[in-house]
Ligand binder design. Structure first.
Ligand code: SAH
Length: 471
């Protein structure tokens, strides 16, 4: 199977500023000015373990209090700054009175090769301070590149709420336990497995301070990885109909820990954006009338990747267990002795019904719900469909892959005695931003496809329950 297109992760969009996390511990930094802002910056910088020198003719009274704390290394020089102060410092932060002084200072800093930040004067800044969520050693920085700092602060508050305080302890534990992993000769993947398990534990017990028991469990997971090298696996994951918010939490987790992702071309880019950046992506397009990979090739590829020890995610549109040939893929894995797991997804019919705000079942209109494929092995309408059941006036039918044969479906339903005015709704690109919906009847539905250019995947929902759909 040589012609598998590899889909790359989306290229990164233009980045206003580069978020980097700069270790300042033990380095000399300079703060110029005695304003509140300057003092706060001195405190912030000193909290990283930097040796801070504040230069200002008069000191801010608050500075004395901060300086008195044991953990703060802040010196104060009561005088004006001069060019020589910029020698040998890692960074400089200043709050100065006017533009002229700011210009002078920034040109000296540039000459000395020292990155500078001047409070409230973005034009003179090499770097900016973002909003900070501090769970050190876990640190989150937020920037709006000066566009709207208040927004950044509001986002910070959200993240504060989202990040349990206990994560600080887990991150600390990770730092302390890291040498235990490094001391062993483990493959990259074994290490990943160990840390994945660690992260799982942290998420399960976010407010618990990791203790001896957790450390023992961690050690045990290292031993286990050392004894049994990581085994590849296959996870069939439902990508849902398109809207990435319809992914399950499990699906996101699987995407985040995948080594390789084999995906249909139906799967939207927005969904793929949830995948681990390093994961290799392979498109196994299987769309009706396009050139595609053979199912046997897909099975073979899946198995061989898992045999290499990789965590393979087989990502399928909608629910993997509905018209996705999952049975064959599961069988291939079982035959090869590869562990396989299935994560369900939201099927196109459910996504479309949700968009239409309509119930697929209804006490008065529909006591049966049937999903059918209108696409047989030869690409034609299957000849063994139960037309009597499909024409049942008390059923809702969701037709998958019906685009090319809708006219024939329509005449067969009419021939089976279904009322011509039975509602039918066609939903193209259900739940995507470009979703389109067409309300019609079973008699007229063929003409909708004739009149409209429907390039995207389409699902047809028919039956009297559809009479209650949002217009
Ligand atoms: N496993 C998928 C179905 C795969 S068969 C699921 O559970 O949804 C492919 C067919 O599904 C398409 O031909 C189309 O009929 C339907 N389909 C998939 N995604 C769709 C979407 N976003 N909108 C409309 N129909 C969709």
């Amino acid at each position: 199977m040589s012609r598998n297109p590899i889909s790359q992760p989306a290229r990164i969009a233009p980045l206003a500023v580069l978020p980097v996390f700069y270790r300042l511990s033990g380095k000399k930094v300079l703060v110029i000015g005695a304003t509140r802002s300057a003092t706060w910056k001195a405190e912030l910088l000193a909290s990283t373990g930097a040796h801070v020198t504040v230069i200002a003719p008069l000191a801010d009274p608050a500075l004395a209090e901060i300086r008195s704390r044991d953990d703060m290394r802040i010196a104060h020089l009561a005088r004006d700054w001069q060019e020589g102060d910029l020698a040998d410092v890692a960074i400089v932060v200043a709050d100065v009175a006017d533009e002229v002084e700011a210009g002078r200072l920034s040109s000296y800093a540039r000459k000395a090769g020292v990155p500078i930040n001047i409070v409230d004067r973005p034009a003179f800044c090499d770097f900016q301070f973002g909003s900070i969520v501090n769970r050190s050693p876990l640190v989150v920085g937020i920037s709006t590149d000066g566009a709207v700092p208040v927004f950044g602060q509001a986002i910070r508050t959200r993240i504060e709420m989202l990040l349990p305080a206990g994560f600080q302890k887990w991150a600390e534990a990770a730092r302390n336990w890291r040498p235990l992993v490094q001391a062993r000769d483990l493959s990259l993947q074994a290490r990943r497995e160990i840390w994945d398990r660690f992260v799982g534990a942290a998420f399960r017990k976010p407010d618990h301070v990791p203790d001896e028991t957790d450390r023992a469990a961690f050690l045990a997971s290292i031993d286990q990885q050392a004894e049994t090298p990581p085994q590849g696996s296959v996870t069939l994951v439902g990508a849902g109909p398109g809207d990435p918010e319809l992914l399950t939490l499990k699906a996101v987790r699987a995407l985040q820990s995948a080594d390789v992702i084999l995906h249909d071309d139906l799967v939207s880019q927005d969904v793929l954006d949830f995948a681990r950046r390093e994961a290799e992506r392979i498109i196994t397009g299987k769309r009706g009338h396009r050139p595609s990979c053979k199912q046997d090739d897909i099975n073979a590829l899946m198995v061989s990747l898992a045999r290499e020890g990789k965590r393979v995610v087989r990502l399928k549109g909608g629910d993997p267990l509905i018209f996705g040939r999952a049975g064959e893929e599961i069988a291939a894995c079982r035959a090869a002795g590869i562990p396989v797991e299935v994560i369900p997804g939201i099927t196109a019919a459910s996504g479309a019904a949700a968009s239409l705000e309509v119930s697929l079942t209804h006490r008065d209109h529909a006591r049966r719900l049937q999903y059918i494929t209108a696409h047989a092995r030869n690409g034609k309408l299957p000849d063994d469909l139960d037309w009597k059941a499909l024409a049942d006036p008390a059923a809702t039918t969701a037709i998958y892959m019906g685009k090319l044969v809708v006219g024939q479906v329509s005449s067969n339903l009419l021939a089976a005695g279904m009322a011509p005015d039975t509602p039918a709704i066609i939903v193209e690109y259900a739940t995507h931003a470009r979703e389109r919906r067409f309300h019609t009847t079973i008699a007229e539905m063929g003409s909708v496809f004739a009149a409209q250019e429907l390039d995207g995947p389409c699902i047809i929902l028919l039956g009297w329950a559809m009479s209650e759909a949002a217009p």
